[in-house]
Design a protein around this ligand. Structure first.
Ligand code: HEM
Length: 370
């Protein structure tokens, strides 16, 4: 098949050299060591600068991918043929994140004493002011209300007004979380005349928990054990009810356990349970990639917090925060796709899963013949 993009390309290009193409001369002139500038060059500062610059370049690539994925998902209808592209680009982000986590070890070859040779020349600069990092967080969907306060100030207070404007604007745009939430809420097949997921799944859960109850009544070793296990089953039942009861679900949303719309969490569960159906394979991969991204953001935050602890002990950061303790607290508060982790609460064994009617499994299986 012909590729229209290739066809429309111009045919004559002027020659170009490696360094012209990559702008290496300019790139290699950007490692401006403060210690050299102020007369006592610290050997380790080159590494410190290059590691930060490399991060910023990778952030740029992540944003490039994120913007394209948002472009595909921000519409009222996500085209099936774009799903593979979206999953491929999310996978690329995940691989870059793995590099970003590994790269911490490179900077950790600099010892805290070496860092002190130039650290005092950096005030009040800090990674906290990285515009691209904030854009990544906001475009992924970190809620402003979940952010930890920094010296009792919003995170935008420590940057230039022009940078603050860019950061704040990204808070108001549709994030990947919002777009995926809206896409999930539109998932078909949740309720059709032949199959009502809510009803059939609710029934399967009831049977599973009744079986558990029977086993406890028959095999409990003591009265105390029986009481304890029956209570646990009642608690599990009540968690499952929230899946089918909007008011109960709202309570979990208010507690921060879930952020997705009620319909979206049901759809995410439906996709996860029936992921072996060909039509759900890519959607399932997409949800898994979002989990990977969240897990790797958290891993990076934790590795970075450990590095800051190693370098600073209990000193405050150059940006003025409580250093290590601020960063460690952010690992938990700044999670974005936690819903897809908490979804595991609602999974039931494959053996208890309601069978899909043939009319639906045919549609999900791309069967074009009878
Ligand atoms: C010697 C190495 C490093 C130390 C000691 C360090 C320390 C810190 C500290 C203490 C903070 C909190 C804000 C502050 O008070 O300054 C911070 C924030 C941050 N740093 Fe680093 N950092 C180091 C390397 C890096 C590198 C290589 C990057 C890569 C871009 C980076 C990116 C960030 C980001 C994005 C934040 C904001 C995190 C957030 O608010 O969740 N840091 N850093």
């Amino acid at each position: 098949m012909k590729n229209s993009k290739t066809e429309s390309q111009p045919k004559n290009f002027p020659p170009i050299s490696y360094s012209e193409y990559l702008g290496t001369e300019k790139l290699l002139s950007l490692q401006n060591s403060r210690s050299r500038e102020f007369g006592a060059e610290a050997h380790e500062e080159m590494l410190f600068i290059i590691v930060h610059q490399t991060y910023e370049l990778w952030f740029r690539q992540i944003l490039h991918e994120l913007d394209s994925i948002l472009g595909l998902f921000k519409t009222d209808l996500v085209r099936e043929e774009d799903m593979g592209t979206a999953v491929g680009r999310l996978s690329r982000i995940v691989e870059i994140q793995r590099l970003l986590v590994d790269q911490v070890s490179v900077l950790e070859t600099m010892t805290p004493l070496d860092f002190l040779d130039f650290r005092n020349m950096l005030y009040p600069a800090s990674g906290f002011q990285s515009v691209q990092w904030r854009l990544i967080e906001n475009k992924l969907g970190l809620k402003a209300s979940s952010r930890l306060k920094y010296n009792s100030q919003p995170y935008t207070a420590s940057v230039k007004p022009t940078e603050a404007t860019v950061m704040t604007k990204s808070e108001t745009e549709v994030s990947l979380f919002d777009a995926v939430d809206a896409w999930l809420a539109r998932t078909p097949f949740l309720a059709t005349p032949e199959f009502d997921f809510k009803k059939h799944y609710g029934e399967a859960v009831r049977i599973m928990l009744d079986d558990d109850r029977d086993s406890v009544l028959r095999f409990a070793k003591s009265d105390e054990d029986r009481e304890k296990n029956l209570k646990q089953i009642e608690e599990t039942k009540s968690v499952f009810e929230s899946l089918f009861n909007e008011d109960r679900y709202k309570e979990l949303q208010d507690k921060g356990t879930f952020r997705l719309q009620h319909k979206s969490i049901q759809a995410a569960l439906f996709i996860s349970l029936y992921r072996d159906q060909p039509a759900f394979n890519l959607p399932f991969q997409l949800l898994t990639r979002l989990q990977d991204i969240d897990e790797l953001m958290t891993t990076w935050r934790y590795r970075h917090a450990m590095m800051a602890h190693r370098m600073l002990g209990t000193k405050i950061g150059t940006g003025g925060s409580s250093g290590h303790s601020y960063l460690k607290a952010a690992t938990e508060s700044h999670r974005i796709f936690g819903d897809f982790f908490n979804l595991a609460t609602f999974l039931i064994p494959r053996s208890s899963l309601p069978k899909l009617p043939t009319s639906i499994s045919k549609k999900l299986g791309f069967q074009y013949f009878s």
